[in-house]
Design a protein around this ligand. Structure first.
Ligand code: ASP
Ligand code: MG
Length: 403
């Protein structure tokens, strides 16, 4: 008998039929004498609809009320899931965030789980019941309802695995695991059997949408292995874990892309100490994240060009901040939000020379121009024209023998 947390994402509980199907998966675990804690997302599309409702009232909808609104989706699926389990003859009960409670810290719509009371639930599961817990929900120390960020049910599952010390953390989703690239766009993408936290973290923050990246980060910090599997097929999924999951035979594990980047270039910026700090300080004060930065070498020692990227939704704000910043002098400012970021990720990269060159060469052969580059130990990212995204992913997938 082992203790498991099983998390079902939005598509896995997207209809009554699917909830019943998921309940049957849970029943199997229960019938094998496992102690089971279930975490559910809202039905697919629900959270987005609720956001739309709030926006049709006000673009500046009160954040406290937004949390009350958004977390309602998980209340619905928790009750339906517990009910479906009861109907299959499984003893089951749902708890809301405040009943457990799941204590969070931080601002509304983006809180973090810091603790949970385990007593009631441990009691219940040790007496042979299946506990159903809503993902995404929390409650602040002051008793306010909170939510923990979009896609946060993954983080709830990881927090439960940690705090309840479960033996497994299983993420049920609509794909049968983590792929070497987006299987919807790249038909030759292959399922990865094992991947390290670091690689998964890079892939998920670079656009692979299988798991929320902060949940992967928390699994990494707490060394909680995760199994990603499909609700709809019996195929073996992907195991996310420590270094033993690295396949050193492969330099590149996956190719990810995201289409939510934008690029800003300042031409003719003064080349003297402190200028970059003057440009980026006001952005950081406004919580605008800067991703890649490139500064050209100035030919005359006086002026240079500086390019950086941000998220597309923040770019207008960033340009406005720069234009109103009296501290910095430049000749021209350009903005381009029709760009995308393509990244190759692999822990095996460290041990394989020539990866950078291979990546650039194969993009050049497809006549794809690179607009910006950034690298880390296990990843190389480039910014390119958005229209060429899929072409670039395909060629890199082939170059690094992932097809
Ligand atoms: N329902 C929330 C969302 O759509 C949380 C989740 O699904 O993980 O973001
Ligand atoms: Mg999700």
């Amino acid at each position: 008998m082992i203790k498991k947390v099983l998390k079902f994402g939005g598509t896995s509980v997207g209809s009554i039929k699917r909830i019943i199907h998921a309940a049957k998966i849970i029943k199997k675990e229960y019938d094998s004498d496992n102690k089971v804690i279930v975490v559910v997302s809202a039905m697919a599309g629900t959270t987005n609809n609720l956001i739309e409702h709030s926006k049709s009232i006000s673009k500046k909808f009160n954040k406290r009320e937004l949390d009350v609104l958004l977390t309602s989706g998980e209340q619905v699926t928790s009750a339906l899931m517990a009910g479906a389990l009861n109907d299959l003859g499984v003893k089951s009960k749902s708890w809301m965030n405040w009943q457990i409670p799941i204590i969070t810290e931080g601002e509304h719509t983006n809180a973090r789980i810091i603790n949970m009371n385990i007593e009631k639930i441990n009691n219940y599961i040790s007496k042979g019941g299946v506990a159903v817990i809503p993902g995404f929900q929390g409650v602040s120390k002051n008793g306010e309802i909170t939510s923990i960020g979009r896609g946060g049910s993954d983080a709830t599952a990881v927090a439960i695995a940690k705090i309840f010390q479960t033996d497994t953390c299983e993420i049920y989703t609509d794909v049968d695991g983590v792929y070497s690239s987006d299987p919807n766009k790249i038909p030759l993408a292959k399922k990865i059997d094992k991947i390290s936290y670091e690689e998964m973290l890079e892939l998920s923050s670079l656009g692979a949408k299988v798991m929320q990246s902060s949940a992967v980060q928390s699994a990494m910090i707490n060394d909680i292995p995760i199994q990603v599997k499909s609700t709809f097929t019996e195929r073996k999924g992907t195991e996310i874990g420590g270094k033993e999951n690295i396949d050193y035979n492969k330099a590149v594990t996956g190719v990810a892309y995201s289409k939510d980047d934008a690029k800003i270039t300042l031409l003719g910026v003064e080349d003297k100490p402190g200028v970059a700090a003057d440009i980026f300080e006001p952005l950081s004060n406004e919580q605008i994240n800067v991703d890649m930065v490139i500064q050209n070498i100035s030919s005359d020692g006086k002026k240079t060009d500086l390019t950086f990227t941000t998220k597309r939704q923040e770019v207008k704000n960033a340009v406005a901040l720069i234009k109103s910043n009296k501290k910095i002098k430049y000749e021209k400012i350009h903005m381009n939000d029709k760009v995308s970021k393509i990244s190759i990720v692999g822990a095996g990269m460290v041990a394989t020379p020539g990866i950078t060159y291979k990546m650039f060469r194969s993009l050049a052969e497809e006549k794809i121009n690179i607009l910006a580059i950034s690298t880390s130990e296990i990843k190389i990212s480039v910014i390119i024209d958005e229209d060429l995204t899929i072409d670039a992913v395909k060629i890199l997938h082939k170059t690094f023998k992932l097809d």
